[in-house]
Design a protein around this ligand. Structure first.
Ligand code: ADP
Length: 292
C-alpha cells in the first residue's frame, strides 16, 4: 500500500523515533476494517487498522475508547499510537500484542468486575462512537431509562424503520419502548465503564496469559449490558461468570434484562447484515414483553 510511508511518518512523530516501512502483513479476523501488522526496518511493529478516509472519526473514537479503558487499570488494552488519514485511507495505529489462543476466562471475569467499578457521574460518554460500523450516540444523560430509550433501543428501531423493517417489528418495538421502564422498578444501575461490544471475538490473552480486550464501543452504563453481550454468542464459560459474581453480584432481574439489553445488538445486526436477525429480535421482544 503506497500509504505506508505516510503512516510511518505519523508513527515517527508520535513515538519520536524514525520509522521506515519494512513490510505489512494482512491479518484476518476483523469484521469492519482491514487489519495489518506493520513492521519497520529497526524491527518494531504495530497493529494497524485501515478503512476509507471517511472512517477517521470512527478511529479517533476507538482510540479515545482504548485510552479510557486503559485508564481504569483493570484489563490490558492495546495502547493507541496515532490515527489520521493519508490519501484515500484513514488508519489507526496501536501497539501490536501477540495474542494467545484462549486463556483463563476466570481472570477476565475478575478484571472486568474491577473495570466496572470505575464509574462516572452520568450515563453515556464524552464522544459518540460506533457499534460495528453503526453510529452509537453517547450524549450524556443522568437518567438511564431515558438514555436507553433514546440513544440505544429507540435509535436502532428508527434505523430499522428507515431501512424498511416495519410491520410487526416496529409494533412490538413500540410496545417494548412503552413498557420496558418496569424492568428498572427495583434496579437502579450506576454509570459503569463498559467495553460496549464484549463478545468472544473481542478478548484474548497476551503472551503472559493475561486477558486483553480490544475493539471497544466504550460508554458509561449499566454493567449488566456488558455482561449480557458476553452471553449473546455462546457465553464466556462458567469460570468467567463465577469470578465476576464473586466480586460484583448480580440482581435477580438480570436474566430478563440480559435479553432486553441484547435486543440492541440484534437490532444492530439486523441493520448491518439483514437476514434472520429481524425474526430473532422479534422473538426476544416477545420474551421480554411476556414478563412485563
Ligand atoms: P475490526 O475493527 O475490523 O472488527 P478488530 O479490532 O476486531 O477489528 O481486530 C481484528 C483482529 O485482530 C482481532 O480479532 C484480533 O485477533 C486481532 N487484534 C486486534 N487488536 C490487536 C492488537 N493490538 N495486536 C494484535 N492483534 C490484534
Amino acid at each position: 500500500m503506497s500509504e505506508w510511508k505516510g503512516v510511518c511518518e505519523a508513527i515517527s512523530r508520535a513515538t519520536g523515533q524514525p520509522a521506515v516501512p519494512a513490510g505489512a502483513d494482512s491479518l484476518g479476523g476483523g469484521c469492519i476494517n482491514q487489519a495489518f501488522r506493520l513492521s519497520v526496518t529497526d524491527g518494531r511493529s504495530w497493529f494497524v487498522k485501515v478503512n476509507d478516509a471517511a472512517s477517521l472519526a470512527m478511529f479517533e473514537a476507538e482510540s479515545a475508547g482504548l485510552l479510557e479503558l486503559a485508564s481504569a487499570n483493570a484489563i490490558r488494552v492495546p495502547q493507541p499510537v496515532c490515527c489520521g488519514s493519508v490519501g484515500q485511507i484513514a488508519y489507526l495505529v496501536m501497539e501490536y500484542i501477540p495474542l494467545g489462543r484462549g486463556g483463563d476466562a476466570g481472570e477476565l471475569g475478575r478484571c472486568l468486575a474491577v473495570m466496572h467499578r470505575r464509574t462516572a457521574e452520568t450515563f453515556g460518554w464524552e464522544t459518540d462512537n460506533t457499534i460495528g460500523s453503526t453510529p452509537q450516540i453517547n450524549t450524556p444523560d443522568s437518567d438511564w431509562v431515558r438514555f436507553w430509550r433514546e440513544r440505544r433501543l429507540g435509535f436502532q428501531l428508527r434505523l430499522a424503520a428507515n431501512r424498511g423493517y416495519g410491520g410487526s417489528l416496529q409494533k412490538k418495538g413500540a410496545r417494548l419502548m412503552e413498557r420496558f421502564p418496569a424492568l428498572f422498578d427495583t434496579h437502579t444501575p450506576e454509570p459503569s465503564l463498559l467495553h460496549g461490544d464484549l463478545w468472544g471475538g473481542n478478548w484474548s490473552t497476551d503472551a503472559r496469559g493475561d486477558p486483553v480486550i480490544f475493539d471497544p464501543a466504550v460508554y458509561y452504563g449499566d454493567r449488566e449490558a456488558d455482561l449480557a453481550m458476553t452471553e449473546l454468542f455462546g457465553g464466556f464459560g462458567e469460570k468467567f461468570y463465577r469470578a465476576y459474581r464473586a466480586d460484583l453480584p448480580l440482581d435477580p432481574g438480570y436474566s430478563l434484562r440480559k435479553t432486553f439489553y441484547n435486543i440492541y445488538h440484534i437490532l444492530n445486526h439486523l441493520n448491518l447484515f439483514g437476514g434472520g436477525y429481524g425474526a430473532q429480535a422479534e422473538g426476544m421482544i416477545d420474551r421480554v414483553l411476556a414478563e412485563l
